[in-house]
Each structure stands twice: as structure tokens, then as C-alpha cells.
Write a protein that binds this ligand. Structure first.
Ligand SMILES: Cc1ncc(COP(=O)(O)O)c(C=O)c1O
Length: 372
């Protein structure tokens, strides 16, 4: 046997071949139509201006992209407003990679990272653990899934380096309020970085949602992750960015490879930022569909959590894995929450009205059979 040993911290992680994709489902189940309602994607797609921008760049792909992502950062600043400047922005190849870059810039073996499950734990572990960091959990309140700043502060110590705050939270769809985040920020020691994962921020309309960008503008130890995968409708492009004070943003961007962002992503991101009317249409549409799905759960007397995102977590009347199997047979791809220790938890992404209606009809049919 070879003496070559891989990084021992990689042990819990495996290839992702076993996850079910829409194409797998089509082939395995032989269904004509697949409803992808598991990844919180935007069913309305990207702006036509993005498609145009990609098409115009495609013939030049034999040449490397620009050295710098400055044009994209400028477009992001214009879209965000708030007086943000490009030195407060860093880009990543996806929201996920944005989190990875933050982690690589700050975490060293032995550092502690606090998560509040149920949250996007699988990804946060994958970001932190290969670097030798240790995960500490300060769970959300049972059932309401409220953020508990006092529980988080209670596990902060000298080894704490990072707090992951997913807001709005995946998979629950719930938010951490401005008051809760304020309590966290007020009492947090200066050696800790708060990483706020806000990839669903566009969908929030709660008045008490925190203004995390203001913390960055005020020079606090915060790094905010945003993505082009959700409201911008560009999940397949793999583009994201972060917001932080220049000291933090520059340290993170220092990890970029040469030609980090590919040409298509740069062009797509800039065009996407410049078509905010499209983003607005997507937000309005998806919020409407979340409201519609919620009203149907009400009618079916199915418990769900009020969502500030483009997805809803609900309680399944039969074990979620059982429901999931039956939904697969009918072409529906959702997310069970077994890995988050919720055997009766399931997450559905808002699709088009047609998909949502088909999903509710399938759910009713499965439950009718189960209970008659
Ligand atoms: C909470 C959260 N953070 C980050 C991501 C990663 O998004 P991206 O597609 O930009 O990698 C997701 C994706 O679903 C998510 O739900």
C-alpha cells in the first residue's frame, strides 16, 4: 500500500455521484417531465441581456479573460448602491466558493467555527473542516427556529474564529432579526469574524431583517456572501461575491487564481447587475409562488415555516423519505431533511405556477392514498 496519505480532514467527504439530478430521475423513473424543486433555483431563468452578453463573448473564449474582476465589482457596487466601492467587494466562482475563500483566508487548524443548525451545515462543514477547523453547534430554538444570540455567545471562546450566520436560513426559510443580530454583534469579541450567508436576501420583505452591509460599512469584522444563483437566475454559471471592509475583502481576494473568473461569468455577472428590472420581476413572481404554495399547505393542514426565501420547509405527514420516493416516481425532486435530523422535514423550491400546481396535486394524491 502506498505511503501517500491524503489530508485526514477530508475523511467525511465523498464524491457527489450519489445525489439525484433531474437527468438521473428522468432515466431511472422513466418519467416524461421532471420538476426540479430541490435546489432553490430560479425557474424564470437569467435576463435575456445576460444570454446576449454570453453569446457575444463565446467566440473569444480561446483568449484568457481580463486579469482583474474590477468591472464586475463595479457593476455589483452599482447594483447594491449604499456607497459601496470595489475594494469592499470580492468575487467567487459561486456563493459556495465565496464561503470557501473566506474560510481559507481566516481558518487554521484548531480554530472553532460556530454553526446554528438546522442550517446549511453540510456546506459549512465542507468549507471549514478540510482546513482543520472544528465545528461547534449552537442550535436554533426548537420548532420556531429563532436565532439565539445568547447561545452563540455562550460558546464563544479564545479559539472561536468564525460564526456562520445563514440569513435567511436554509433549510428553514426563517430570518434572524435585526435585534438578534444586533445582540450578537454587540457582545462579540474582536477576534471573531461573522460570516453572513445572504444568498436569499433578495426575497426578504420582513421589516426587521438586519442591515448587514451597514456593519461592513462601519468597519466591523463581517463578511457577507451573496450569489448569482438565486434571484439572478444564474445557478449554472457558478458566480458569487462577498462584501466586507477593504482589509478583509483584500485578504480574501488575494487567494484568487490567475484569471479566477472565466469570461462567460464576468460578462454574465455584469449584464445581470445591469438588468435589475429582471431581478425585480423574478423576486415578485417567486414571492407570489411562495405565498401560493403556503396557502395550499394551509388548506391541506400541513405545517410549514413562514418563508423569507424562494423555498418552503414543511412537515411531512408521512416519513419524508417515503414521501420523497413517491414524489420521485412522479418526477418531483425535492429535498428531505434527514441529514439535518428532521425525518419529517422537507424543502420545496417555488417553481412556476404550473410546477407548483402539479406538485400540490401529486402531494394530495400521495397523502390520500396513505390515509385511506
Ligand atoms: C444558504 C446557501 N448558501 C450558499 C449557497 C451556495 O450557492 P451557490 O449556488 O452560489 O454556490 C446555497 C445554495 O443553495 C445556499 O442555500
Amino acid at each position: 500500500m502506498s505511503k501517500l496519505r491524503h489530508n485526514p480532514h477530508l475523511e467525511p467527504f465523498t464524491r457527489q455521484d450519489s445525489l439525484v439530478s433531474p437527468e438521473d430521475l428522468r432515466q431511472r423513473q422513466g418519467v416524461e417531465k421532471v420538476y426540479p424543486m430541490g435546489n432553490n433555483e430560479n425557474p424564470l431563468g437569467p435576463s435575456p441581456r445576460v444570454v446576449e452578453a454570453i453569446n457575444s463573448v463565446a467566440p473569444t473564449l480561446s483568449y484568457y479573460p481580463e486579469y482583474s474582476d474590477i468591472a464586475l465589482r463595479q457593476a455589483i457596487c452599482e447594483a447594491l448602491g449604499r456607497g459601496l466601492a470595489p475594494e469592499q467587494i470580492f468575487t467567487g466562482c459561486s456563493g459556495f466558493e465565496t464561503l470557501e475563500l473566506i474560510a481559507r483566508a481566516y481558518l487554521a487548524p484548531g480554530d472553532e467555527v460556530i454553526l446554528s443548525p438546522p442550517t446549511f451545515s453540510g456546506a459549512y462543514r465542507k468549507v471549514a473542516e478540510p482546513l482543520g477547523a472544528k465545528i461547534i453547534e449552537a442550535p436554533l430554538a426548537p420548532d420556531t427556529f429563532q436565532y439565539r444570540p445568547e447561545a452563540v455567545l455562550g460558546v464563544v471562546n479564545d479559539a472561536t474564529k468564525m460564526i456562520m450566520l445563514c440569513n435567511p436560513n436554509n433549510p428553514t426559510g426563517t430570518i434572524t432579526t435585526a435585534q438578534s443580530m444586533g445582540a450578537l454583534m454587540r457582545d462579540l469579541p474582536d477576534h471573531v469574524l461573522v460570516v453572513v450567508d445572504e444568498v436569499y436576501h433578495h426575497f426578504v420583505d420582513a421589516p426587521d431583517f438586519p442591515d448587514s452591509i451597514q456593519y461592513a460599512l462601519d468597519g466591523r469584522n463581517i463578511a457577507i456572501a451573496h450569489s448569482f444563483s438565486k434571484a439572478y437566475g444564474l445557478a449554472g454559471m457558478r458566480l458569487g461575491y462577498g462584501i466586507a471592509k477593504p482589509e478583509i475583502a483584500n485578504a480574501i481576494a488575494g487567494l484568487h487564481r490567475g484569471f479566477h473568473q472565466n469570461k462567460l461569468a464576468l460578462a454574465a455577472g455584469i449584464a445581470a447587475c445591469q438588468d435589475q428590472a429582471h431581478v425585480r420581476r423574478c423576486i415578485d413572481y417567486l414571492r407570489g409562488e411562495v405565498a401560493w404554495l403556503s396557502s395550499r399547505f394551509d388548506r391541506l393542514d400541513i405545517k410549514y415555516w413562514k418563508s423569507s426565501t424562494n423555498f418552503i420547509m414543511f412537515e411531512t405527514p408521512i416519513p419524508a423519505e417515503d414521501l420523497n420516493r413517491q414524489l420521485h416516481e412522479r418526477g418531483f425532486l425535492l429535498r428531505t431533511q434527514t441529514r439535518n435530523n428532521m425525518p419529517f422535514g422537507m424543502r420545496v423550491s417555488a417553481g412556476t405556477r404550473e410546477s407548483n400546481q402539479a406538485f400540490i396535486a401529486a402531494l394530495e394524491e400521495i397523502l390520500d392514498r396513505a390515509f385511506t
